[in-house]
Design a protein around this ligand. Structure first.
Ligand code: ATP
Ligand code: MG
Length: 265
């Protein structure tokens, strides 16, 4: 049965999509069968893994999977044992569909049930087929995010050492706790990953220390620093990327720490 891990924080630009893509890749390289799910209408994870514009997945995305109640129809194969449930801009209409029953195509597909458990419910169709399901979320505590949290056993919180990210943390933790109480998967934070660190900045260093004091058991020891090859992953992606080794370097230690925690659970 798949273990499902969501990457989240409602602050934008903290490395959620980059980390989801790299984690999917590393899990796959380590022999696991992986389903990556893009729950962000920006479609960044979709573009990173598929190497195609997210507009290519209009009417063929996670949104339709949830509206039609059929996941398998919308899964895209990325490589051996690596699949993707893609997203595009129309995923932004997900809340409207939930509350009005109207799809972005003007059709009426009445929704009944629990608005936060739609993804969890449809994933039951494929959980037996994967070792890991990893989910990217948008920079908001929207329906997409609550659905991802309620569908997951574990959450990796992305912390980009800045004041606005620091102030986002308490509400995000509340949302994870809400998903644990409300959902069926015992949703819990498996760790906080400090990302995009500018090693020359004293404020980043201070926030690194503050988050460690606040959440000593949760923070991973690995700290991801700002590095051009990681930033350029969105451009050069995974296949035939000559600087992939440098892009993955820091993430190897995060991967080891994460797997140790998951296996120790
Ligand atoms: N370690 C890093 N070093 C340099 N650039 C990075 C690093 N991690 C991510 N980036 C770049 O920073 C930007 C934000 O990263 P990313 O898109 O992964 O964040 P996000 O949290 O998914 O953003 P959003 O909230 O918009 O979904 C991207 O342009 C990405 O390529
Ligand atoms: Mg993103």
């Amino acid at each position: 049965m798949a273990i499902t891990i969501t990457m989240g924080i409602q602050k934008g630009g903290c490395g959620k999509s980059t980390t989801t893509g790299i984690l999917s890749y590393l899990l796959n390289q380590n022999g696991y069968k992986v389903l990556a799910i893009d729950m962000d209408s920006q479609g960044n994870l979709t573009e990173l893994l598929s190497e195609k514009p997210s507009n290519e997945f209009i009417e063929k995305s996670v949104l339709e999977a949830m509206q039609q109640g059929d996941v398998k129809e919308y899964i895209v194969s990325i490589g051996e044992n690596l699949d993707l449930l893609p997203a595009n801009n129309f995923l932004a209409t997900f809340p409207r569909w939930i509350y009005t029953g109207k799809t972005y195509l003007g059709e009426t597909v009445p929704f009944r049930g629990n608005p936060s458990l739609i993804l969890d419910h449809v994933l039951d169709q494929v959980r037996g087929e994967y070792d890991f399901i990893v989910i990217d979320t948008p920079p908001s505590l929207s329906e997409q995010t609550t659905n991802a949290l309620c569908a997951s056993e574990y959450v990796v919180v992305l912390f980009e050492c800045s004041n606005w990210c620091y102030s986002a943390i308490p509400n995000f933790m509340d949302s994870v706790n809400g998903a644990r109480e409300f959902g069926k998967r015992g949703t819990k934070v498996i760790g906080i990953l400090r990302t995009m660190n500018d090693v020359r900045r004293s404020d980043a260093k201070a926030f690194n220390e503050m988050i460690e004091e606040d959440y000593p058991d949760e923070v991973f020891q690995t700290i991801i620093t700002r590095k051009a090859p990681v930033g350029r992953l969105s451009l050069y992606v995974f296949n035939q990327n000559v600087e992939l080794k440098q892009a993955l370097e820091q993430y190897e230690n995060f991967y080891k720490e994460l797997m140790k925690r998951v296996k120790g659970e």
